[in-house]
Design a protein around this ligand. Structure first.
Ligand SMILES: *[C@@H]1O[C@H](CO)[C@@H](O)[C@H](O)[C@H]1NC(C)=O
Ligand SMILES: *[C@@H]1O[C@H](CO)[C@@H](O)[C@H](O)[C@H]1NC(C)=O
Ligand SMILES: *[C@@H]1O[C@H](CO)[C@@H](O)[C@H](O)[C@H]1NC(C)=O
Ligand SMILES: *[C@@H]1O[C@H](CO)[C@@H](O)[C@H](O)[C@H]1NC(C)=O
Ligand SMILES: *[C@@H]1O[C@H](CO)[C@@H](O)[C@H](O)[C@H]1NC(C)=O
Ligand SMILES: *[C@@H]1O[C@H](CO)[C@@H](O)[C@H](O)[C@H]1NC(C)=O
Ligand SMILES: *[C@@H]1O[C@H](CO)[C@@H](O)[C@H](O)[C@H]1NC(C)=O
Length: 448
């Protein structure tokens, strides 16, 4: 099947492969220990894609602590709208939700925003800050005139018994709102602790990834269709790369560079992603050799921002089998260009009759900066300080500690360790079902 595809592609090299190599993804069986789905401001529970969002309006709801909140309902919902976006909770003062955590570890936090008109209020006027467990997730945030939904996704390490989310109006007289919140235990090892720092120097590792706050900024299913939460094992959304960890779907599609003509096609395949300056990014590249007809035919280089991230990558020396999904975690150095470039291209071992490079999916996650913020240079303590003490509550000591600790700790997380070897290549966690035939979720250790 691969062969026919390759022969059909003649003069040019980019081709999209869509195979069904894996069993069809059945509806998710991933059942997270912590699974809080909240429909804010709604009086009833709402089910979206078989997931039940609980109303936060029960009188005894332990979640919410706030003095002035108003539940709002969209009086003119569009007939096709998703129910969680037709209600919202509005806060005139700093307020917080505290979600109980049964199992320490990485948690996915998703915040859903959809501005609508309600009585004499327009939610698009709201401007506010959001803190998640003492990290600044959003500052001076406004949905603006967008009438679409805005979903923000974060990965936060939680080792206390709570995940606390604060909503703080940007100033007095202003307000904040949210339509729905998800706080879910991430599958174990979804965020591994070590990635390669790609900055032109060889052999540098970034240690401590799990303890960073991460925000998903791009999640691209290369060459493939959009994958919606309904079809993703952990309810993520993947955007096709022509519009702008992957589940099964991501590995069924890829872009490859194919040599023709008996000569190596000397081009890189490059994707450019707009990013904010002054942050490090975790770049997770997903590969799965669904293009080769036998092992050992693909050799390619991987670049991030033009720096060599992996030289002469031979997928089959890592997977030992074709069509076996892998990802690698790379950390881009702070960069001031506002663009993050990811490329794959030929090496001097690339064979003339083969595939020069392949990429199935890319995830780009922003990492908190040294003041513990994902959005600006102001730390959580300062965000809260502008409001009278009574509203801040128990978060202050935590946040102050975080602020103080941050710049000191920064260096300790960088270490230069040994040779670059396949230790960084991770099999997909088996806790995410449906990714095919993989066993074990350990990193491969040692050289292949
Ligand atoms: C095919 O080979 C010829 C001669 O070597 C060369 O001029 C041409 O550019 C090649 N075409 C492609 C698509 O590589
Ligand atoms: C919000 O914007 C104002 C005015 O531009 C600025 O002074 C303030 O520092 C910002 N706040 C945060 C938390 O970024
Ligand atoms: C909130 O602040 C923003 C920015 O200053 C302003 O545009 C908006 O009108 C304010 N909203 C309210 C309700 O005061
Ligand atoms: C989910 O996947 C099925 C194929 O298994 C597809 O037909 C359907 O359109 C997908 N649904 C969404 C919402 O992506
Ligand atoms: C691919 O990109 C890298 C980094 O920018 C560059 O060094 C290399 O020469 C490029 N290869 C080709 C074939 O253009
Ligand atoms: C490939 O290139 C690398 C670095 O440019 C070089 O060290 C190596 O000897 C080359 N290998 C071959 C087979 O030419
Ligand atoms: C992110 O915040 C943590 C503190 O929670 C800090 O140790 C770490 O250095 C920050 N990350 C970066 C890249 O500055």
């Amino acid at each position: 099947m691969e062969e026919t595809h390759l022969h059909r592609a003649h003069t040019f090299s980019l081709l999209i492969l869509t195979f069904s190599l894996f069993p069809t993804l059945s509806l998710s069986t991933f059942s997270p220990t912590d699974n809080h789905l909240i429909s804010c401001g709604s009086t009833v529970d709402t089910t979206v894609d078989n997931r039940r969002f609980i109303s936060d309006s029960y009188a005894d709801s332990p979640l919410l602590s706030s003095e002035q909140t108003t539940p709002l309902t969209n009086q003119n919902p569009s007939p096709y709208s998703i129910q969680i976006y037709n209600s919202a909770r509005l806060f005139k003062k700093p307020s917080k939700y505290a979600f109980e955590i049964k199992e320490p570890g990485t948690h996915m936090v998703r915040l859903h925003f959809h501005a609508f008109l309600s009585s004499n209020l327009d939610l698009s006027d709201a401007q506010f800050h959001v803190l998640v467990n003492g990290y600044v997730a959003l500052s001076n945030f406004s949905v603006g005139q967008v009438r679409d939904t805005v979903v923000k996704e974060y990965f936060i390490w939680a080792d206390s018994d709570k995940v606390v989310i604060n909503f703080v109006p940007a100033k007095k007289g202003n307000y904040s709102f949210v339509n729905a919140i998800e706080v879910i235990s991430a599958p174990k090892d979804l965020i591994a602790d070590v990635g390669f720092l790609v900055n032109g120097n060889k052999d540098e590792k970034f240690v401590g990834l799990t303890k960073q706050a991460l925000e998903t900024v791009h999640r691209i299913n290369v060459g493939g269709p959009k994958v919606t939460p309904f079809n993703d094992t952990v309810w993520r959304t993947w955007i096709p790369d022509y519009e702008e960890v992957g589940p099964d779907f991501v590995y069924k599609t890829a872009r490859v560079i194919t040599n023709t003509n008996g000569s190596v096609l000397n081009v890189n395949m490059t994707w450019e992603f707009p990013v904010d300056e002054g942050y490090k990014y975790l770049v997770r590249m997903h590969f799965c050799d669904i293009a080769s007809i036998s092992l050992g035919l693909i050799h390619f280089n991987v670049y991030v921002n033009g720096y060599m991230a992996y030289e002469d990558l031979d997928l089959s020396s890592i997977t030992y089998t074709l069509a076996s999904p892998f990802y690698v975690d790379l950390v881009s150095a702070d960069d001031s260009s506002g663009v993050l470039r990811v490329s794959v291209g030929p090496t001097n071992k690339t064979m003339a009759y083969g595939v020069d490079g392949i990429l199935n999916g890319v995830e780009i996650m922003k990492m908190n900066n040294s003041v513990g913020s994902l959005d600006g240079k102001i730390c959580a303590g300062m965000v809260l300080k502008r409001w009278p003490r009574g509203n801040i509550g128990a978060l202050v000591p935590i946040v102050a500690g975080v602020c103080l600790f941050l710049s000191l700790a920064a260096l300790m997380h960088r270490r230069t360790v040994g040779r670059r070897n396949p230790a960084s290549w991770s099999k997909l966690p088996t806790e995410v079902p449906g990714v095919g035939s993989n066993h074990g979720n350990q990193h491969l250790s040692g050289k292949a």
